[in-house]
Design a protein around this ligand. Structure first.
Ligand SMILES: Cc1cc2nc3c(=O)[nH]c(=O)nc-3n(C[C@H](O)[C@H](O)[C@H](O)COP(=O)(O)OP(=O)(O)OC[C@H]3O[C@@H](n4cnc5c(N)ncnc54)[C@H](O)[C@@H]3O)c2cc1C
Length: 476
């Protein structure tokens, strides 16, 4: 049995887990799948929450053995990374190279917030994004990739070599081949200052534009999660990061998330905040805001500040304390044009209040248009509302979260928006196709590349294919 890490709602029985160490091993696994008529999926950090990384009864290719990090091209800021490498390992490997050599220092441009145990291959396969104020999703940071196709061929793809394949694999949920390695575009590693203020969704789009004009590179708004507060999902703590001269503090060139001597939350603080977010939202949010405001002016590194404080297995401990049924947070990420953010968040607040939906965390970020993938989720510059909804693993709990996300997706679609596919498979078929109109074409391309359906995940077979078939739309 395997499951996703965060929601634990995708328990799947697979035939066998294979852990290849190179492209030949991946090709051999695919050859076995073809010979035995099995399905095969690749899984990195197993954080996707819709079953995208699993195929019932199939072979699960654990990519953690694809773990090489090549030497940094210091002129161009490029590095080849094994698809199974997770962000903290990459940050550490780049740091070790920097400490050994001279020349400009390079770090990652962006990674997801909220947790760290994501593989680079899994992140590129969903086209993840971080908290850049004006960054396109991760595909923009990929120079090229090496992928083993369903028929076993190893292909090098980039914007100029096999460009169609490159565009399909990035954000293609493992349906077009198994990525062995990627050449990532890095950013100069620099000291950043965090500046924090209180803001609100009503003025956020304007404040973000001003921050970008003033040279800030990263930032987000973390809104009030207390439904009893008038500022629920409207007012929040707005933190932005800009490059500054001078030391970060702590040991020179240090790779700590928060340089020594600066305020930070300990593991115990985080655990307390998570417990409060469930049990006493007003107090939890007030404590969170106090902490953030106290860190205004602190200095961080451009790469390590993106690492997160995820407490592994936190919900199991919480369930034990609360004595209720097994539960976890299901995440949803909804996009709207920036000018619709305020009225969208107001409508979401009304909806979740009216239905008693339990929001334990929310954040608002911005993303630039994705021009690099065949199935772009950021089809224009968007404001993104991320909501973590507490979900009991009972029939009522699951039905309630499913209905909540369907209503929230409708609110986004009504405003010309969309939603992220990676977090659950609760969208209705009509929502899936309206938010992701490129799916029928993607299905046709997948069928042409993989006629035996070797790379079909449960998500693809049970969620995507029936929706496309029922709509009777062709990819053209
Ligand atoms: C707590 C939490 C916070 C999150 N925060 C963010 C965020 O801030 N921003 C964001 O964009 N996303 C976020 N996500 C979503 C996350 O980015 C995706 O689920 C991502 O896929 C996780 O990477 P992974 O290595 O765990 O992928 P997996 O779950 O292992 O796989 C995801 C998909 O990629 C495919 N895949 C994996 N490796 C390969 C490979 N080598 N070749 C081909 N296909 C492959 C799988 O088959 C599957 O379809 C978050 C998720 C959680 C649970």
């Amino acid at each position: 049995m395997v499951d996703d890490v965060h929601s634990a709602l995708n328990a799947t029985e697979v035939l066998e887990v294979l852990r290849p160490r190179d492209a030949e091993g991946v090709a051999a696994a695919l050859a076995r799948a073809r010979a035995e008529g099995l399905r095969l999926t690749a899984a990195g950090g197993r954080h996707a929450m819709g079953g995208q990384q699993f195929a019932s009864g199939g072979l699960l290719l654990d990519t953690s053995g694809l773990d090489a990090v090549g030497p940094v091209d210091r002129e161009r800021g490029l590095v080849e990374v094994g698809a199974g490498v997770q962000w903290p390992e990459l940050v550490a490997a780049l740091g070790a190279q920097q400490q050994r050599g001279d020349g400009p220092a390079w770090g990652i441009r962006q990674k997801q917030t909220g947790a760290d145990g994501f593989s680079v291959g899994g992140s590129a396969s969903v086209n993840a994004h971080g908290r850049g104020l004006a960054m396109a999703p991760l595909a923009a940071d990929v120079e090229s990739l090496r992928v083993v196709l369903p028929d076993g061929r190893l292909v090098d793809a980039s914007r100029t070599r096999e460009p169609q394949l490159f565009r399909a694999v990035l954000g293609g949920y493992g349906l077009f081949g198994v990525v062995v390695s990627l050449v990532l575009r890095l950013a100069p590693r620099q000291v950043m200052q965090r500046d924090v203020e209180l803001s609100s969704t009503t003025e956020l789009a304007r404040r973000v534009d001003e921050r970008i004009a003033a040279g800030y590179l990263y930032g987000d708004l973390q809104p009030d999660i207390d439904p009893a507060s008038p500022g629920f999902l409207r007012d929040g703590v707005f933190s932005c990061y800009r490059p500054v001269d001078g030391p970060a503090g702590g040991s020179a060139g240090g790779f700590e998330t928060v340089p020594e001597g600066q305020q930070r939350l300990s593991r115990e603080d985080w655990s307390e905040l998570i417990a409060l977010a469930h049990a006493d939202k007003a107090r939890g949010y007030a404590q969170y805001v106090r902490h953030y405001l106290a860190t205004s002016g602190q200095r961080y590194w451009s790469d390590t500040h993106q690492l997160a404080d995820y407490v592994d297995g936190y919900h199991l401990r919480l369930d034990a304390l609360r004595g209720g049924p097994r539960a976890s947070e299901v995440i949803g990420e909804l996009y709207v044009p920036p000018e619709r953010l305020a009225d969208f968040c107001a409508a979401v607040a009304d909806d979740v209040r009216a239905h008693g939906v339990d929001v334990v965390y929310a954040t608002v970020r911005f993303v630039e248009q994705d021009v690099d993938t065949a199935l772009p989720w950021a089809r224009h510059r968007s404001a993104c509302l991320v909501l973590n909804i507490h979900t009991e693993h009972t029939p009522d709990g699951l039905t309630s979260s499913e209905a909540a996300f369907q209503r929230l997706i409708d609110l986004a679609l009504e405003r010309g928006g969309s939603y992220f596919l990676t977090y659950h498979r609760w969208a209705r078929p009509d929502q899936l196709l309206r938010a992701h109109p490129g799916l029928p074409a993607l299905v046709e391309r997948q069928r042409a590349l993989d006629p035996d359906g070797v790379l079909h995940s449960d998500w693809y077979r049970e969620h995507v294919l029936p929706a496309v078939a029922a709509a009777g739309v062709s990819g053209g």
